[in-house]
Design a protein around this ligand. Structure first.
Ligand code: SAM
Length: 333
């Protein structure tokens, strides 16, 4: 048996240890965007534009290297300058173009003003009421996200109100042709959980004119993160006889993002011919779109099989007594 000698600093040929260089530092702050349980996308941040704490949430706008300015609320990414048009056009135009002639539109949330911007492109729209919880989000967007709102807050058709979207639909007597719900994800302890429940959708239903449609953002759909979107779909289905899910790939999110379209009549959005969508855009939309057209529409409404299967499975719906509340795994904030 041989005995191994431990080397010591006095061994000939061994150099004394030297102080290690400082740990390698990234040149940027890296911002993590939750994509699915245990999956985050990292974005290089060039600098902070503004950060304020409102009564409801922390509001931050940063300049990213790859996707321009980005709005975060309570640390959660809301939208990026470079691809927000893909999200907002997909959220708004299917509902407005599938409605025969939308005049009165309600937007719940949508603090950046980009949802409103898309609504106001429609020549038929006479009145767009936007209700966001937080005046400080709108103030920050007004000053620092000019390409997002593009002046929509000051359009004469806009009626901007501040308050809880749920309280608005429960107390208002107004009726709308289309309701667009663009509130933050239902994060545990966040301000929007009560805007994803069956009871809330029933009140939204009461605010629709006959033939009215509702469209909402309904969370990411990824291989490992389908349950929230599926629960939102089931919950919408509990309030309306007809509902369709659709999704778009958002480059900055590196995931597909889902939306739900619902109404009292059949919404067979997948069957509408692309040439019909293009004809409606030409007749009804006042300025050129960057993403949505007939072909894009067809793709939006044709989901991959694993997503369709998850959405068709039976499961619980979100109710006031037990609302859907998301949490980031591995997050301590
Ligand atoms: N695309 C987004 C996302 O990733 O979830 C949503 C964008 S938009 C910035 C979300 C808006 O919802 C914010 O301006 C926030 O103030 C608003 N919001 C949150 N809870 C709300 C509530 N209870 N009533 C009305 N607006 C609400």
């Amino acid at each position: 048996m041989t005995t191994r000698r431990h080397s010591t600093p006095r061994d000939p040929g061994r150099r004394e240890p030297v102080a290690a260089p400082p740990p390698r530092a990234f040149r940027h702050r890296w911002m993590l965007d939750w994509a699915a349980p245990w999956e985050y996308t990292a974005h290089a941040v060039r600098g902070e534009v503004v950060r304020v704490q409102s009564e409801f949430q922390e509001i931050e706008i940063v300049e990213t290297e790859a996707y321009g300015r980005c709005l975060l609320l309570d640390g959660e990414v809301q939208s990026f300058e470079a691809d927000e048009h893909i999200y907002h056009e997909s959220l708004v135009h299917p509902a407005l173009l599938l409605h025969a002639a939308p005049r009165d539109v309600l937007v719940l949330g949508g603090g950046e003003g980009a949802t409103l911007r898309e609504v106001l492109r429609h020549r038929s729209v006479r009145r767009a009421v936007m209700v966001d919880l937080d005046p400080h989000v709108v103030a920050a967007a007004r000053e620092h996200l000019p390409t997002f709102h593009a002046g929509s807050f000051d359009d004469p058709r806009t009626k901007l109100r501040f308050g809880d979207g749920r309280a608005f639909v429960e107390t208002s007597r107004e009726r709308f042709d289309v309701v667009i719900i663009d509130v933050t994800n239902p994060m545990a302890g966040g301000p929007s959980c009560r805007l994803f429940t069956a009871e809330f959708y029933e009140r939204v239903r009461d605010r629709l004119n006959p033939g009215g449609l509702v469209a909402l953002q309904s969370d990411a759909v990824t291989l490992h993160g389908l349950e929230s979107a599926a629960m939102i779909y089931r919950t919408v289905r509990s309030a309306w006889p007809h509902a369709a899910s659709y999704a778009v790939f958002l480059p900055a999110y590196t995931t597909d993002w889902s939306f739900t379209l619902a109404g009292p009549g059949s919404v067979d959005a997948a069957a509408v011919d692309p040439t019909e969508i293009d004809a409606r855009i030409a007749a009804r939309v006042s300025t050129p779109l960057g993403f949505y057209d007939g072909i894009a529409h067809r793709r939006l409404f044709h989901l991959p099989r694993y997503v369709r299967d998850a959405f068709q499975k039976r499961g619980p719906v979100s109710r006031d007594a037990r609302p859907l509340q998301e949490q980031y795994p591995g997050y301590t904030g």
